[in-house]
Write a protein that binds this ligand. Structure first.
Ligand code: ZN
Length: 275
């Protein structure tokens, strides 16, 4: 790959459909799930089926989340988020679609990003569908389980923490305060589909774009990979910035195997010159 190849790609295809993944947020202290070969770095995350059917799974989930949220809830955007926001301000982004649930693109100024997999800062009741801020539930979890607040554990993806070997039966999880339903983070769990209208909205934007740019995603999950498939079907070139293998490697017009912030740093240098 020659220096300037990504910059040339963006000049040549000025309306980009941008799809981002966990690699964008690792510099913000949020680990990703996959290694350079696209394999799992850790145990697979909890599935929707396990979460909904097993109260102990929910206790364990929220105990780990209570600890993980203390850092995840305070993560700040990094140079990659700012570079992509800058790309949008320059009018090069038809739409940014992210597989991340951390809201860091929005925090950096990409205000209309589509959260394909939902938002970790919101909690939904699975009975009455009411939403509440995750920070409110955090306060409740802390007051019900004060001793758990002192635990420290290695941060895991999606606001999770590596916490095991504890008596999760003792962890109290509040139900919905309106209907006593099960509360779940407003994110798409493994084993759950992305809402159809969200996929259709993103596909509409892909249709209007003239190329696709993947940043920090291995595209191993079908919900992201399908956009690369659709772009290829529509004859739209795809560029990807990702350190490891992606599932779409044989569909790519351009592959930049560099850390995201490094590959996109030219966008911020431009901004400095203009300012
Ligand atoms: Zn409810």
């Amino acid at each position: 790959m020659e220096p300037g190849a990504l910059s040339d790609f963006i000049e040549r295809y000025p309306r980009l459909f941008v799809l981002t993944g966990a690699g964008c947020s690792t510099d913000s202290g949020i680990p990703d799930y996959r290694d350079a070969d696209g394999g799992w770095k850790r145990a697979q995350p909890v599935t929707l089926q396990a979460f909904m059917s097993n109260p102990l799974t929910r206790r364990r989930y929220w105990a780990r989340s209570l600890v993980g949220w203390q850092r995840f809830g305070h993560a700040a955007p990094n140079a990659t988020h700012y570079a992509l926001a800058r790309l949008g301000q320059r009018g090069h982004v038809e739409r940014l679609v992210t597989q991340n649930v951390d809201r860091l693109h929005q925090a950096a100024g990409s205000t209309d990003a589509i959260d394909l997999h939902g938002r970790m800062d919101l909690v939904r009741c699975m009975e009455c569908w009411r939403l509440q801020p995750r920070s409110e539930l955090q306060d409740e979890l802390l007051s019900l389980n004060p001793s758990w607040a002192q635990l420290h554990a290695r941060t895991a993806p999606d606001g999770d923490a590596d916490l095991d070997g504890l008596d999760f039966e003792a962890f109290e999880v509040p139900p919905c305060s309106y209907c006593a339903g099960v509360l779940k983070p407003d994110v798409v769990f493994f084993g759950e589909s992305v809402p159809k209208e969200r996929v259709e909205m993103a596909m509409d934007h892909l249709q209007r774009a003239d190329a696709m740019l993947v940043v920090g995603s291995s595209l191993m999950v079908y919900s992201g990979y399908r956009f690369a498939q659709a772009a290829a079907t529509q004859g739209k070139p795809i560029a990807a910035v990702n350190l490891g293998r992606t599932r779409a490697d044989d569909l790519l017009a351009l592959k930049i195997a560099q850390p995201c912030a490094q590959a996109l740093s030219f966008l911020l240098e431009d901004a400095a010159v203009c300012a």
